[in-house]
Write a protein that binds this ligand. Sequence first.
Ligand SMILES: Nc1nc2c(ncn2[C@@H]2O[C@H](COP(=O)(O)OP(=O)(O)OP(=O)(O)O)[C@@H](O)[C@H]2O)c(=O)[nH]1
Ligand SMILES: [Mg+2]
Length: 403
Amino acid sequence: MTVNHAKLVAEATVSEQRPTRVIVCGEFSSGKSTVLNILMRDTLIPAITGKGPRPVVKISGGDKPGIATEAAGAAPRPHATMPLARDLAEAASVSATLPADQLRGFEFTELPYLEDGPIAEDVRHHIENADILIWATIGSQAWRLSEKTIIASIKEIRPLPTILAVSRADKYRSERDQDRVRERLEREAEDYVDGIVFLHGSRKQITKAKDSEEEWQVAGGPQLWSALAGLDLIGATPDHAAKTAPASEGPTVVPFDPPEAPVEAVDQTEGAATAAGETADGPEWQAELRALTESLNGVVSAGVVPAGDADNPIGLAGSADDVTAAAQACLDCVSVHKTAFDFDGVETTLGRTQITTKNHLLVFEACDDGSVIFMFNRTAKMNPGIALRAFGRLQATYQAACD
Ligand SMILES: Nc1nc2c(ncn2[C@@H]2O[C@H](COP(=O)(O)OP(=O)(O)OP(=O)(O)O)[C@@H](O)[C@H]2O)c(=O)[nH]1
Ligand SMILES: [Mg+2]
């Protein structure tokens, strides 16, 4: 898989002491446990049927694997394997620690299904302490008024960056149907969610995804991780008191923190500038941006065209040919814009620009120093909303390095 978890973790856990907390919420049977199973790439959590009580389900990465349930007022009870659905339904909570690499630094918590109405105190507590919300919705009826109302109440408690996970997308009759739903959701849920991911989460599909990257891609696993990587997290400070402070204090963006692990070299176009203080892979900002693009799914190419050096784009992702082609498309666009829209001799500035084709999205922006940063994506692998958000982070990181 292409997700750089080191980056996600480094970024999300400002303090080493605490994992990134992701709460998975949604209405009854909307696919919350399925989201956890897809992230784990395993069908560990059974589907509990009936509209009765549900345990809080917590999954974390860690070296000491273990599963424990808790019942109200009783000590945690360890289990060698995940209890059956009927036993789980009677527990107040179940926690599983798994040695899976991709979960390291994370704590995913499925909260019992929510209904329109006041948010219970214990649910409120989870929201106040969370970093990210994944809202699960059923593909055939996605984004109902009740969901909007519940998410609004959650965001009033804490304005969590939010991924909309659309389950049962395998039930759409065609890709066109899914595209139509995506377009509608992008329009209607725009103010509430920061990214949309479609899931094919039947238990059979998740089982197939265990040993096959291709099947995992079909399930939507890499897309889900990509969407998480594209988020700006709020309020993560090592100080617990600050974390639980009222949301009215406003969000603060966690600074981008590159992974410490060496970043794999990407095709570099010859002739890129070399200045003092560079690492073997180029200046530090290049390593940062490569780590970020590497954590995204569906990037064909990405790079920077230095000001006044159009022939030597700096590759951040993709082959040298792909970088050159996308760079050329951006430069042509800038050039056409300059000549075609030069009103009365006053040069207009081209802002962030996106070109959408049937299967791709090219987005670029000219920076203050005249250089151009771009990203070229496959839309089937990362939907445009997430891609634009991710590009925003790429551009902001680059701009900060230029300043
Ligand atoms: N085919 C298919 N089935 C799915 C998908 N997502 C969920 N299901 C099935 O729908 C049922 C409910 O899914 P869950 O993930 O348990 O939903 P939940 O939100 O955790 O449900 P509650 O905790 O009971 O509210 C299960 O039988 C799942 O296997 C999907 O993407 N495709
Ligand atoms: Mg569930």
